[in-house]
Design a protein around this ligand. Structure first.
Ligand code: FEO
Length: 392
């Protein structure tokens, strides 16, 4: 794709990656993604913000063909999907200065072998004049690595946010047109990438509150012409209340655990508690991550295999532990053949979750009447805990 004008002398550059289906060999991308770079021309200087994933380098380099001079290349985030083509840009423009946070400098030298003489580091709040345009650098750690910063173009009131506020969507629409679609994609992206750093992101949002931001241009997905759309959504995801909801990832081998899951879901529904159920064999992990954003309770359903939880259930527990949702309660249900340490193993896998464990229900073989009664008791206990904590 060619460079696209956002407004006078400000251009989108980069690449739309329609075919990518996995990020970091972990995160599903059902709608592809984009790597957005931005060219900003001032009356005296020209800057390029970020670059593209190395396999897409040819697109950015072709877009830069007609640009006679780059004074600055700004790297807001050292991860290679944004920084990976910077060495080739610097080859083309060897007089350009590479602007980064001090932390990013070391990371870019480590990851990409960029020589030290290219760098000019900026502190939080530093500005850079392009003549009639001014860039202000705001350090916003942990969106998504510790070195990340965003850039505010003062005269145009545009925030260039890199991963922050991004979404994985491949589209020819430069600006958000379908707000529902982009919020769904941005929520998935928040759950998978940002949620573990909720506490710091809250501080980053507070920091941005004093800026008059009209437009947000992230480095993945579409540009937000109405910045409040995504800022308000982030406030809700970071600070919003828990919902009266159980997230229930499960795996079953001979249907006993599945019978328990079905019974518990029905019992919870009768108690007025919502459930999002995920069969881990077929589920989209991104959807599970999204469901965790505001779930009051997690119940893991697993058979006992080789004396512990099924590896799929262990994966779900490990993922939940890594994503650190706000969840307050957790329980485990499942069937076993002759024994094992399923509860102990799973409970030991979630040290990051500040949860109260509600009495698990494990049954021997196929669930019988007593087991179903125990599941009814578990449903009642969950409903009661939610009520006690005003989770409605
Ligand atoms: Fe889009 Fe953290 O890279």
């Amino acid at each position: 794709m060619k460079a696209r004008k956002i407004k006078d002398n400000i251009y989108w550059m980069g690449s739309v990656d329609w075919d990518r289906r996995l990020f970091d060999t972990l995160v599903p991308l059902p709608d592809g993604t984009s790597y957005n770079a931005y060219l900003i021309k001032g009356s005296e200087k020209t800057a390029l913000l970020d670059s593209v994933d190395p396999p897409m380098a040819h697109e950015l380099l072709s877009q830069l063909e007609g640009i006679p001079k780059l004074d600055y290349v700004i790297s807001q985030h050292a991860e290679q999907d944004h920084s990976g083509t910077i060495p080739r840009v610097l080859e083309k423009f060897p007089d350009a200065k590479l602007i980064t946070s001090p932390k990013a400098k070391g990371m870019l030298m480590d990851l990409l072998g960029i020589p030290e003489n290219f760098f000019m580091t900026v502190e939080d709040g530093d500005t850079l004049s392009l003549g009639n345009r001014t860039l202000k650098f705001i350090h916003t750690p942990w969106v998504h690595w510790p070195e990340t910063m965003v850039t505010y173009l003062e005269e145009d009131k545009i925030l260039f946010s890199c991963d922050f506020f991004g979404s994985h969507i491949a589209t020819t629409d430069l600006f958000v047109t379908d707000e529902g679609r982009v919020l769904e994609a941005a929520k998935r992206y928040f759950a998978e990438i940002m949620m573990p750093f909720r506490g710091v992101i809250q501080k980053d949002l507070d920091k941005l509150a004093s800026y008059n931001i009209e437009m947000i241009a992230p480095s993945h997905g579409q540009i937000y012409p109405r910045a409040s759309l995504i800022i308000d959504a982030y406030k809700e995801w970071v600070l919003g209340a828990l919902r009266n909801k159980v997230v229930l990832p499960y795996v079953t081998m001979h249907e006993s655990t599945k019978q328990m899951v079905d019974h518990l879901v029905s019992a919870l529904e009768e108690k007025g508690v919502g459930v999002e159920q995920f069969n881990l064999v077929v589920t989209d992990i991104g959807k599970l991550a999204m469901a965790l954003i505001d779930a009051a309770t997690i119940v893991v359903g697993t058979p006992t295999i080789l004396a512990g939880p099924h590896p799929y259930a262990a994966y779900a527990a490990f993922l939940a532990n890594a994503l650190r949702p706000k969840t307050k309660f957790l329980s485990i249900i499942g069937s076993y053949g002759w024994g094992g340490k399923t509860v102990e193993v799973l409970a030991g896998m979630i040290p990051n979750l500040k949860v109260e464990v509600i009495e698990p229900v494990l049954c021997k073989g196929v669930p019988l009447e007593d087991d179903f009664r125990a599941l009814d008791t578990l449903a009642a206990a969950i409903a009661e805990k939610h009520k006690e904590h005003n989770i409605i």
